[in-house]
Structures are given as structure tokens and as C-alpha cells.
Design a protein around this ligand. Structure first.
Ligand code: DCM
Length: 130
């Protein structure tokens, strides 16, 4: 089976996690996610993450260790999160409705996309350790 991977970045700066608010599809509109996207043919997952974050947020990044479970999506896709370092740039929403930075205390009340809620324990741990 040809499993395709969707990668997502957990970027923590000064004790806050970067989240991006989706514009589409309608059922996810307005919900917040770890930014990322689909790995394309010929790309490694970490290459894809670097490309997606450049395209969507205008930042340069370096993917680190994976966190949390791999979440199965529809159509043979799986979703993975990576702790990711912000190397340079200031994120801005080129493709999302907005971006925001959230503390460990704020995170449980954020309207996250359902898949990303699977990573709440690891995200809170990463925030408290930062
Ligand atoms: N996705 C998700 N959580 C993320 C990033 C993506 O649940 N942090 C899902 C939404 C789509 C699929 O992955 O079903 C592909 O994402 P996109 O539509 O952003 O390409």
C-alpha cells in the first residue's frame, strides 16, 4: 500500500506554541492546527515540512524529533508531528486566516482541528519544558 504522509510542525518560542487557523475545507474552517502539509513525491518528510512552512508562513525552519502518535487520515494518509525549530523569519499567515502563539495554560481551550487534539499531552509537555 502506498501510504502518504502529512507533516505538521510544533514550533515553540518563548514558551508559546505557533498555531495557524484554517480557511478550508468548510468543516475545518476557523479551527487551529499545527502548520504543515502533504509530502510530495521525491521529498523526505522533513524536506516537505521545511517547504510547507516557507510557503505558508514565510519562515525558515529545521525539523527535529517526532512527537506524539501517527494519526491515520482518510485516503491512506497519515499525519505526523515534528518538534521544529524556527531558524529565521517572522511567521505571517500567507495561506491561513491567522496565526497565533499559545501557552500551555491556553492550549486546552483552543479550538484545535480534531486530529491535532491527539497531540495535546506532548504539546503541553513541550511548552512546559521550554
Ligand atoms: N491535517 C490535520 N492537521 C494538521 C495538518 C493537516 O488534520 N496539523 C489534515 C487536514 C487534511 C490533510 O491533513 O485532511 C491535508 O492537509 P492540507 O489540507 O493542509 O493539505
Amino acid at each position: 500500500m502506498n501510504v502518504r504522509v502529512v507533516v505538521a510542525a510544533a514550533i515553540v518560542v518563548d514558551g508559546r506554541l505557533l498555531l495557524a487557523q484554517r480557511r478550508r475545507p468548510a468543516e475545518l474552517e476557523g479551527l487551529w492546527e499545527l502548520p504543515g502539509g502533504k509530502v510530495e513525491a521525491g521529498e523526505t518528510p522533513t524536506d516537505a515540512l521545511r517547504r510547507e512552512l516557507r510557503e505558508e508562513l514565510d519562515i525558515e525552519t529545521e525539523a527535529g524529533e517526532r512527537i506524539g502518535v501517527e494519526v491515520p487520515l482518510a485516503d491512506g494518509l497519515v499525519l505526523r508531528a515534528y518538534l521544529t525549530e524556527l531558524v529565521s523569519g517572522t511567521p505571517r499567515a500567507l495561506d491561513h486566516a491567522a496565526i497565533g502563539w499559545f501557552s500551555a495554560a491556553e492550549l486546552p481551550a483552543v479550538d484545535l482541528v480534531p486530529n491535532d487534539r491527539m497531540w495535546l499531552p506532548e504539546l503541553e509537555r513541550a511548552l512546559r519544558a521550554s
